[in-house]
Structure formats: structure tokens, C-alpha cells
Design a protein around this ligand. Sequence first.
Ligand code: ATP
Ligand code: MG
Ligand code: MG
Ligand code: MG
Length: 439
Amino acid sequence: MRLSRYFLPVLKEDPKEAQIVSHRLMLRAGMIKQQAAGIYSWLPLGFKVLRRIEAIVHEEQQRVGHIPLLMPTLQSADLWRESGRYDDYGEEMLRIRDRHKRDLLYGPTNEEMITDIFRGHVNSYKDLPLTLYHVQWKFRDEMRPRFGVMRGREFLMKDGYNFDLTREDALHAYNRHLVSYLRTYERMGLQAIPMRADGGPIGGDYTHEFLVLAETGESEVFYDSAITDLTFGDREIDHDSHAACQAVLEEFTSRYARTDETHDEAIFAQVPEERRRSARGIEVGQIFYFGTKYSEPMGATVVGPDGSRVPVHMGSHGIGVSRLLGAIIEASHDDKGIIWPEGVTPFHVGIVNLKQGDPSTDSACEAIYRDLKARGLDPLYDDRDERAGAKFATMDLIGLPWRITVGPRGLARNKVELTSRRTGEAEEIAAQDAITRLA
Ligand code: ATP
Ligand code: MG
Ligand code: MG
Ligand code: MG
């Protein structure tokens, strides 16, 4: 993309409404625009990152055998009356009435709808196990939408639902989700710690939240610092193996790590004092096993091996896709702007032309730009007629991991500068070497 033809409405001044750094940087970098409280347009740069995060989520879900589908944002109230949640859910649910006076709602989650799909089409235990998921917009009429996309009212969530014959199989699905979530967050450059949590309106006591430690997080958490030494890395786990997934769960939940809702001072006191931490965290996902909570009232049953009908065991599993942008920025920025982890960056590299209009720098930049694209990379070429300082400031703000700086002085020696956004280290090398380094 050429910056002169892109739509990147960066702000020079700090927006007053932003209280935390990720919100401020997303506004300044021209990634989002608020349309109403907690409701945002995703401008091109923000949309690009959102799509990259979503793509990682899809890849990791499908890696472990989960099947994508798409359910609508609007749901019929009748479904929610069946589960009893239409009355229970309260004011967070946005209720709508259509022209025929039928009650609808903008889905805050999809347990009822997926259970309805399941009961309409699945009859036999032979069709299990089954895990279906989608990435879809949700609406929750949050009391205090704030911090930009971190607590929106309309937000993008990955929500997945497993259907199993037995409790044991459903707990395996739970563990498998934990495994896949660990890899998902790490690919985004995040450490998200599974912590024992509370079921909330989804229900069930068997649940973990995934938290990214950050001062601006809204959750209060307590943990044994030894847990932060764990990384999932590039392990190959057989996701069908109950034992293999169980072992990962045990490894990652063996240390004390709880949100305030389940925090227990007496147990916490057993952690060696120097390792006891209380901190704040951003909830970026949650997994639940809730058994037959929805399948029983809604009649989602299958014929079991002995011929009798039994309600299926279920769980649901959510990732806050749009919230993740905020969480990643909270975890990765400096005073100049965002520092995107390579896995989610909107462009792989920025090209800065120090002397726009100079035939030799222009053609050197063009050649680098075309070569990078030919290698399947996505460069952003700052070809505007701007001062070098302004171009650097924009690149630093939008946080691309690499910058190639091209100017007449370097070119005289056949060199460009390759700069890492994270470390600030710059290297004078031949353009071709910079390109192969990135490819
Ligand atoms: P929170 O405690 O922050 O209100 P939640 O526990 O109500 O979140 P879940 O029902 O567990 O949310 O939904 C799954 C994920 O969706 C959450 O882990 C979070 O990452 C994301 N999420 C929930 N509410 C919002 C919101 N208002 N804006 C953005 N993301 C959200
Ligand atoms: Mg909530
Ligand atoms: Mg929560
Ligand atoms: Mg939650």
C-alpha cells in the first residue's frame, strides 16, 4: 500500500476522551472511530489488525478440529425463554421489537441458538464429539462502556460450543480449548494466563478465564509468579488425546492463579511469600463446562449406545477478538506509539522515502516496494511529500515491526537502513539484504 493513497487519519493531539494508552493510540493511529458509546467503526488500519487476529483465531480453532459456521447477530426472544435466560440476563441484553411486535434481541452470546441448531439436526451419539464455533459481533449494553474497544457494547467475539456424550468427553473438549487458546494468544505475542474464575451468566463452576497482566486491566487477580515462566511454544499436541490435553491443563493450572471472584486467601497463603502477586489483568477469553444446563431444558438429546435418549454435555468458549487489539497494545507500546508483534501487524514493514521526488530515491523505493510484494509481504510505502521527521513519527505511531529508510546519502553507498521498531536498532545494509532478511 502507498501511504499517499491509503486512508490513515492519524491525530496529532492526544484525544481527551481516552483514559488508557491503548485507546489513545488506537485513536491517534487512525484505527477506530467512535460512533456511539461503545460502538466503533473500524478504520482501515484497525480493520486490518482485527482481520489478522481473527485469522489466527480461525487457524487455531481449525487446527484442533473445531468447525466454523456463522449465526446471525439478531436472535428470537423465544429461544431465550426456553432456557430461562430471557428474564435472567438483565439490562445487558439489548431487546428489540420488530414491526410484527415480535421480540428479538441482539445476541450477547449464542448458547441457545447453537443448542437449537444442534437439536434440529443431530440425533445420535455417533455424530459426537462436535464443536462448532463462529466469529461474530455481539452486543452487550454495558453499564460503563469504556477504554475504547476493550469494553465496547458492540464487540467481536469468537464463541465456540462443544457437544459431547459424556462428562468425560466434554471435559476433554474443555482441555482441548485450553490448549488451543494458549497457542492462539502466544501467536499474538501475548502471555494470557489461565485463571480460575466464576461462571457469571453463562453458568457452570468449571471455568477458566485467560488474563493478560496489565495495570489498566479491569480484573483483580492473584497468582504465583512461577506461572509466568510457562510458555506453550511450538509443541505439537495430539488434540484427540485426552491424556495429552489433560497434561497441558495440569501444567498451566497447577500454580495458584485466580480472579478476585474465586480468590481464597487461605490457599494463597501457601504460596511462598516472594512469589505471591496481586495485580490487574485484562480478560481476553474464557472457557466453560456447564454440562446439561442448556441441553436439558432445550431438549438437545442424542440416542446413546444403549438406545436411550440422553441430554448432551456442553461447554462454551469465548475469545474477545476486538478486545485483543487493546490488550496487545497495552502489552506492547512505548512513548512513541504501538509496537505490533509480528503475528498481528497490519503491514509487515514500512518504507520511508527521505527525499520524495528525487528520481533515484523514488526508484529505489519503488523497487524495494515491488520486490517485497512479489515475495508475498505487505509493505506500507510512505511516498508522501513530507519531512523525514513526520514520516518517522507516523511509522513509530502505527508500530510496524520493521522500517526500511531510503535516502540519497545511503544510496550513494548502495545502502538503506533497516530499523527494528521494538529495539530501535538500525543497520546499514544493501537493499537486497534488507529484503531477504524480512522475507
Ligand atoms: P467481562 O468480565 O470483561 O465483562 P465477560 O466475562 O462478561 O467479560 P464472556 O462472556 O466471558 O465476557 O465473553 C468472552 C470474551 O469476550 C471475554 O473474555 C472478553 O474477552 C470478551 N468481551 C466480553 N465483554 C466484552 C466487551 N464489552 N467488549 C469487548 N470484549 C468483551
Ligand atoms: Mg461482562
Ligand atoms: Mg468476566
Ligand atoms: Mg468471561
